[in-house]
Write a protein that binds this ligand. Sequence first.
Ligand code: ZN
Length: 352
Amino acid sequence: MGDLPSHDAILAELERLVPKVEQAIAGAVSTHDLDQVHATYLGRQDGAITKLRKSIGQVADIPTKKLLGAAINEKWNALEEAFRTRTELLHADEERSRIAGEWIDLTIPEEPLSRGTLHPITEVLNAIRQVFGSLGYRFVEGPEVEYDRYNFTFVNMPPDHPSRDTQDTYFIDDTRLLRTQTSSVQVRAMRVYGAPMSAIVIGRCFRRDNDATHAPIFYQAEGICIDTDISLADLKGTLLYFMQSFFGTDRKIRLRPHHFPFTEPSFEIDISCMRCNGSGCSLCRKSGWIEVLGSGMIHPTVLENGGIDPSRYRGFAFGVGLERMAMLKYNIQHIRHLYENDIRFLTPRRDA
Ligand SMILES: [Zn+2]
């Protein structure tokens, strides 16, 4: 009988185990921990107290067996109750932290979105559209790969004309090239729309040219205005409005005689220096004036090439480089800054 568990031994073991279980329950920091503790002591097969309860079956004396059974059950039920209580508590904690992790405060202001700014060339382009749109000019376009005749011959630059030498041209083949000037669209527009007409073309041009103020790909805007009574005064008034709209109403302009094959007479247009206001500085090379664009009265031959009768109609034309406009307006030193896409250059509001 010595091998059989005694009443006292079972009770002693129960008294030893119960505080351990209570401690383990209190020490569990998660429901997962708690499940482990439950399995260790009250597990269906291997729980320490489960085994103790099974050992009662080997006690011979029935009343003793009943007493032990009652004692263990009482502790068992108390422990199960402690497990339930602790489980509820830990479960609630876990829910709270799960929800806290998922919680989004919709009232916190979002990081401001940084909106891009327009490229300086785009700003100039928009300004030109604005000015000439308000004057009722028609916006026209032409091909960048152009026939020699539209780019040169029809605008009074026949094959042997010396002006061709000043425009280093990218030729595609004997008859086609990358247009060197938006003047290529003049005759196209005249042939399509006839007279009277006022039109502006803004687009890319190409020349073998590369220095601080010239890029091989550049933007030009070309305006033409044709009617029966167009005079030099109209040209001057239009360009004064253009320049004042773009550079400010303080600007004055002057016409300086020049030569272009497609206009007669021809002028270079200077504006009074925006930095020194005409008194002379490094920007205007002490002259007080800055050259901005070329213009003139459309040559009768060009009108004829466009199918417009030069004995009835007259017109003016002007061409301006958008890079030059941007560099002057935003005080940009080298044309390459416009094309390097350096975000530090492009981001600040230049005209703020
Ligand atoms: Zn100046």
